[in-house]
Design a binder for this molecule. Structure first.
Ligand code: G3P
Ligand code: MG
Length: 252
């Protein structure tokens, strides 16, 4: 079972920041997940929401701002004042982690209007990684984006985020696009879906699995991997970690 640090070790550090990724690596994470968007002047930045209200306290939309407008914003203090030095990472900075042997799950977040040619820009950056390119998996809830990526690169590893798409349509499309995995929310995971995915050669990944109880549940279903805010969940044994414990850890 693969453990993928969701937005880095986002239970311990502000999500999608260099601290969160470094923390995940120091906890032995094998893989990192991060969300990618594009500024209006074409810079690829690592951030989850379409605007910066939650992480920086300003109502600027990522896609309508230039990189210069947003690069100095503090995206760490919302989590804890000791993270006030955190700035929005550029994708290029996070890609450097592949040299440490970690797998990177790049999730493209699409907005309205969609980011112009984000697929080409991401593939262009990934190309610079040389042989490390094989450690990149690109996923999206926005399936036209996955179709475009497949048109542009017949070998790039793709993950299909199901979202609100009907299950059998999603399965069919994941196969047609030659995705290696299908990704679902915890509430969407079931034994029959795991089996149907495996029968089609797709790995089955689940987000977000943060407690021992949730982990035991999805392990019982035979899933191939989980996205977790607590990459050390993998190594915790013994006492059941419950959601109350998660909350206190998030406030570290
Ligand atoms: O890629 C898995 C997961 O990150 C998808 O949901 O909203 O956390 O990006 P979200
Ligand atoms: Mg994500």
């Amino acid at each position: 079972m693969k453990f993928i640090a969701h937005r880095g070790a986002s239970g311990y550090c502000p999500e999608n920041t260099l601290s969160a990724f470094q923390q995940a690596l120091s906890m032995g994470a094998q893989a990192l997940e991060l969300d990618v968007q594009q500024t209006k002047d074409g810079e690829l930045v690592v951030v989850h929401d379409a605007d910066l209200k939650r992480v920086a306290g300003v109502l600027l939309k990522v896609g309508q701002s230039s990189y210069k407008d947003i690069c100095d914003l503090d995206v760490g203090s919302w989590f804890h004042p000791r993270f006030s030095v955190e700035r929005l990472p550029r994708l290029a900075q996070v890609l450097e982690f592949v040299s440490q042997g970690v797998e990177l799950h790049l999730e493209i977040k699409q907005s309205r209007p969609t980011f112009s040619d984000i697929e080409t820009r991401i593939l262009g950056l990934v190309e610079y990684l040389g042989s490390h390119k094989r450690r990149i998996v690109i996923s999206s809830f926005h399936h036209p984006t996955l179709r475009r990526l497949r048109q542009l690169d017949r070998k790039i590893r793709l993950g299909y985020l199901v979202g609100k798409t009907l299950w059998f349509k999603a399965l069919r499309e994941a196969v047609v696009l030659n995705c290696e995995s299908i990704h679902v929310a915890l509430r969407q995971a079931s034994l029959s879906r795991v089996r149907q995915s495996h029968a089609r050669g797709l790995k089955f990944l689940v987000y977000t699995v943060n407690t021992r109880r949730e982990l035991a549940h999805v392990q019982g279903l035979g899933v191939d991997g989980v996205f977790t805010n607590y990459p050390d969940l993998e190594f915790e044994n013994g006492k059941q970690k419950d959601s109350t414990a998660d909350i206190s850890r998030a406030n570290l």
